[in-house]
Design a protein around this ligand. Structure first.
Ligand code: ZN
Length: 46
């Protein structure tokens, strides 16, 4: 099965969330659960 990189009609959906730690906007490729607090990579590492 061959996949063409120039074909962009099937790009993944992205969701913008705000980090619960610093408030920074984070873009994720999966739909985040609404009742769960999410952290950006910087806050997650702490
Ligand atoms: Zn953060």
């Amino acid at each position: 099965m061959r996949v063409s990189k120039s074909h962009r009609s099937n790009r993944p959906k992205s969701y913008k969330i705000n980090c619960a730690g610093c408030g920074k906007e984070v873009v994720v490729q999966v739909q985040p659960p609404q009742d769960k607090k999410l952290l950006c990579m910087d806050c997650f590492k702490k």
